[in-house]
Design a protein around this ligand. Structure first.
Ligand code: XMP
Length: 325
């Protein structure tokens, strides 16, 4: 009969049979799928696995540290941390067009990853956290040439150029099953049940040109929002983080006038976005309690110097998309 421990045993046997004594590399993003794939493959082949974690400088608050601590320190996985934030920001300098920004980030990501991968001459396999819905989606996209509103960032196309075989141990699993597997493999619940985060990261949450000053401000504002969502429960005892499907802050590079103490301020605006959805194709804006919104706004304005106004996004998808770019 199907149980998670049996499933893990079978998956491990299969991975060992597939790769033998070869080395495997895996692009670790910190997202659920690549994290669970890394934990599973590590359980199967230990040090034969090397993870490459590309930090594009567009990650969430302390995310790089969290990923390195969890995989490097706690799980003992070989992880190479590539801090490529300077390169990404240089490539993005002056670019304001959303689609071109996505393309730049995607291309740079492939470049950095390939560079790291090419140093590992013995690697024969590229592991990816592809899950069943991805398999279906890409099959559909090929036959239907599905009209994409936004170009999505992923590492498809890497195996051809790298001459590596693909190892995709999560190919048969749905998202819920991947999460269960992650918990069974000892990953923290908080990380396994995290909201999704787009590949281009804060790059699509900073409208127009991306600058380090903006990423720093946005990261801190976003962290306050997420912290308050996690710490505030609805009447049913669920936190607002768990009640929402995705929530984040967006940086608007416009300044408005404010007042602080006896002084006038002229600073940036942050928009809060929180949605409830089952498939991310359509979404409702979340009816967050006013006192929660008020607390988040006060904290951001008081704690993040450089932001003096916070607004809440009350747009559904459609016609708006979930991300602002
Ligand atoms: P939109 O903004 O199109 O987003 O309503 C729908 C969902 O997709 C996520 N998203 C991305 N995920 N790479 C990703 O991996 C991307 O380039 C990308 N763009 C949007 C978005 O966060 C939301 O969950």
């Amino acid at each position: 009969s199907w149980t998670m421990p049996n499933y893990i045993e079978e998956a491990i046997t299969k991975i060992r049979q597939q790769v033998g004594t070869d080395e495997v590399i895996l692009g670790l993003s910190g997202g659920v799928d690549s994290s669970v794939a890394a934990a599973l493959i590590h359980r199967a082949i230990g040090d034969q696995l090397t993870c490459v974690f590309v930090d594009h400088g567009l990650l969430r608050y302390q995310e790089a540290q969290m990923v390195m601590d969890m995989f490097g320190k706690n799980l003992g996985v070989n992880v190479i941390h590539v801090d490529a934030s300077v390169d990404f920001l240089e490539k993005l300098a002056g670019e304001t067009d959303p689609e071109r920004k996505r393309k730049i980030i995607g291309a740079e990501f492939v470049e950095v990853f390939q560079h790291e991968a090419s140093k590992r001459q013995n690697a024969k396999w590229l592991a990816q956290g592809t899950i069943y819905p991805d398999v279906i989606e890409s099959a559909g996209a090929k036959t239907k040439k599905a009209h994409a509103i936004k170009s999505h960032h992923n590492v498809g196309g890497l195996p051809e150029t790298l001459n590596l075989q693909l190892l995709e141990p999560l190919r048969d699993l749905f998202k819920d099953e991947v999460r269960e597997l992650g918990v069974a493999l000892g990953l923290p619940r908080d990380m396994v049940y995290r909201h999704p985060f787009p590949g281009p990261g804060l790059g699509v949450r900073i409208l127009g040109e991306v600058k380090r000053e903006y990423t720093d401000l946005l990261r801190r504002a976003d962290h306050i929002f997420i912290e308050e969502l996690r710490n505030t429960c609805d009447e049913d005892g669920l936190s607002w983080y768990d009640k929402t499907s995705q929530a984040f802050a967006v940086f608007l590079p416009v300044k408005s006038v404010g007042v602080m103490g006896d002084g006038r301020t002229y600073e940036y605006v942050v928009a809060l976005r929180a949605v409830i959805t089952s498939d991310f194709m359509t979404a409702h804006w979340a009816h967050l309690p006013y006192d929660l919104l008020g607390r988040v706004s006060n904290r951001i304005i008081n704690e993040v110097r450089g932001i003096n106004r916070v607004v809440y996004d009350v747009s559904g998808k459609p016609p708006a998309t979930i991300e602002w770019e």
